[in-house]
Design a protein around this ligand. Structure first.
Ligand code: ZN
Length: 134
């Protein structure tokens, strides 16, 4: 299955570097914003019925979540970062495992501006894309 990834303006917060992943064979779309954590997806919800031959018509479902902040962490020794929308209780859960991480931060909006807080140092600063995963 092929897809085209591109940068788009986030439909939630207006950040210019949200990621859109468009699967051109199935017309499924996934959007993720690393500033506000907004996710939007339109995907085939009856894939099993299509595979089993029960139907020939894909049924699409749309979901939207997040938009209040984005977490980013990397476990010590790992190459990849984990990113996702901030949910209730998540920051407290990440804080419990902070000694296993060499990078851990999250974004939040305050008085109309986006900030990023580093959980390792406690420092807060204005959000910049490069400050999240450096
Ligand atoms: Zn956004």
């Amino acid at each position: 299955m092929g897809s085209v990834m591109s940068e788009i303006e986030c439909p939630n917060c207006g950040f210019e570097y949200a990621t859109e992943d468009y699967y051109y064979k199935s017309s499924e779309v996934y959007i993720f914003c690393r500033r506000c954590g907004y996710t939007e997806s339109e995907f085939i919800s009856n894939r099993d019925d299509l595979i089993n031959g029960k139907t020939k018509s894909p049924r699409y479902k749309q979901e939207k979540t997040g938009g209040h902040g984005c977490y980013c962490y990397r476990t010590k020794g790992a190459v990849a970062f984990a990113l996702g929308p901030v949910k209730k209780g998540l920051i407290q859960e990440l804080s419990k495992h902070i000694k296993k991480m060499d990078k851990c931060n999250y974004t939040y909006k305050w008085q109309g501006k986006w900030f990023i807080k580093d959980l390792l140092t406690g420092k807060k600063m204005l959000f910049a894309l490069e400050s999240q995963v450096k």
